[in-house]
Design a protein around this ligand. Structure first.
Ligand code: DGL
Length: 260
């Protein structure tokens, strides 16, 4: 049984990829919908909330926890690893490795929430693998609300993206890493803006692929596919948003409250 954590419903992009790439498995998904966005919160609060969420999944017998949220992975990974005795897989490593495999010029762009970009984690992880790589990282905070609104192909979203992506064009990147759960839904628009001249790395896909190789995964009993979603709030727009991220409606949704 694997546990997937995200600040909200965006992490369902990772679940979608896991379902697509992996054999049937039981997934417990925890989305802290009552308290998102994490991308605008302080490090202290992101650490506290992420730990509470991981404890929740551990209590429900998750054997491995996937931090699908980039803001939580960037800020709280080491902290939760020091507190929880379960394997915890973050979303950063897989995306970084995938981007390094793709780049030819070693000029890589990263977009994410303010918390993710401010943490500097992406730069650090990239440099750990390759000192020569040039990272251009920028926060693109308007994209999460636009995606949540379902404005995936909207001209306003395209205009916002054009403004956000212009500096990356000037910096002549050849690869752009999507450092946020929500951005895979904007892949098509982003490719159009770069006229297919930049390789787009979808970390949700990279993360799902890396889980298949993860050794503890082999110990997880494969059984009937099931997806149970725990949310700290079930927003009125839940169905629309979940369908956007996951492509279907989950089997079971439960509202839970979380003790920190
Ligand atoms: N899940 C967050 C991330 O990937 C985006 C939404 C939020 O800010 O909570 O960074």
């Amino acid at each position: 049984m694997i546990g997937v954590f995200d600040s909200g419903l965006g992490g369902l992009t990772v679940v979608k990829e896991i379902k697509r790439l992996m054999p049937p498995i039981k997934i417990l998904y925890f989305g802290d919908t009552a308290r998102l966005p994490y991308g605008e919160k302080s490090e202290e609060i992101i650490k506290k909330y992420t730990l509470a969420a991981c404890n929740f999944l551990k209590k429900r017998k998750a054997k491995v926890i996937i931090l699908a949220c980039h803001s939580a992975s960037s800020v709280a990974l080491n902290y939760v690893r020091s507190k929880i005795s379960l394997p915890i897989i973050d979303v950063i490593q897989a995306g970084v490795k995938a981007a390094l495999e793709k780049t030819k010029t070693k000029r890589i762009g990263v977009i994410g929430t303010r918390a993710t970009i401010r943490s500097g984690t992406y730069e650090r992880v990239f440099k750990n693998y390759d000192k020569e790589v040039e990272i251009i990282a920028r926060a693109t905070p308007l994209l999460v609300p636009l995606v949540e609104e379902g404005w995936i192909n909207h001209y306003i979203t395209k205009e916002v993206l054009k403004i956000y992506l212009q500096p990356f064009k000037e910096e002549k990147i050849d690869t752009l890493l999507l450092g946020c759960t929500h951005y895979p839904l904007l892949k098509k628009l982003i490719k159009e803006i770069f006229q297919n001249k930049v390789t787009i790395v979808d970390s949700s896909e990279a993360l799902a692929k890396s889980i298949i190789n993860f050794s503890s995964y082999k110990k997880i009993k494969k059984r009937k596919e099931e997806l149970i979603i725990y949310l700290t709030d079930i927003p009125p727009e839940f169905e629309k948003i979940a369908r956007n991220f996951l492509g279907l409606l989950p089997d079971k949704i439960m509202r839970v409250s979380l003790r920190e």
